[in-house]
Design a protein around this ligand. Structure first.
Ligand SMILES: Nc1nc2c(c(=O)[nH]1)N[C@@H](CN(C=O)c1ccc(C(=O)N[C@@H](CCC(=O)O)C(=O)O)cc1)CN2
Length: 167
């Protein structure tokens, strides 16, 4: 049997213990939620440098630099900026890039014919069709018409399926 003093002591001890445990839990929670500031520019510069060296190494080993082909249809202004930035990025890492800028009224079959030619061209390593496409062309059909091996964006259904391996 606990006397009155013993009971009070136990209650105080219990309260202290509880408060220590809660504080510890709080600390752990805080640790888990602590934010890490990522310096995006620094990370990007490191990736550019890594890729630049990889391309240099390929060339030093007697292989040609990779060749990226960008396909833009129509005159969406934002698309113009994105494509320009992608060409700049390619230049920065030393890869060759070519742009095919087709008019807004390009037919689906003309675009698919171009993609077929690029798919089988051994001098082309990567193909990127800038989206959005004009309304009369189904993007899904176009994305699935880029060879999965040359699909830079990973928009082909086969490559989207492969994303599950990353989870
Ligand atoms: N073939 C493709 N077409 C389109 C894509 C794409 O990935 N491949 N995405 C968009 C356009 N786009 C690139 O082409 C793009 C749009 C937005 C951003 C982005 O990161 N935006 C950030 C701001 C980034 C910054 O300030 O530097 C944001 O919105 O918070 C990247 C790429 C549709 N077409």
């Amino acid at each position: 049997m606990l006397g009155r003093t013993g009971l009070v002591h136990q209650i105080i001890w219990g309260a202290r213990h509880f408060s220590l445990a809660s504080r510890k839990h709080l600390q752990l929670t805080c640790c888990r939620q602590r934010a890490t500031l990522i310096d995006g520019k620094k990370v990007a510069a490191e990736i550019y440098e890594e890729l630049y060296l990889e391309v240099q190494n390929m060339v030093a080993c007697g292989r040609r630099a990779p060749h990226l082909v960008l396909v833009r249809v129509g005159n969406d202004p934002a698309s113009g900026t994105y494509v320009k930035n992608k060409i700049k990025a390619a230049d920065k890492i030393g890869i060759q890039s070519t742009i095919h800028h087709l008019p807004q009224d390009t037919s689906k079959s003309t675009l698919l014919k171009l993609l077929n030619e690029l798919n089988v061209d051994p001098d082309v390593d990567g193909i990127l069709v800038q989206l959005p496409l004009p309304g009369h062309i189904e993007e899904k059909v176009v994305c699935n018409s880029v060879s999965p091996e040359k699909d830079v964006d990973g928009f082909h259904v086969v490559n989207i399926g492969r994303h599950k391996d990353l989870w």
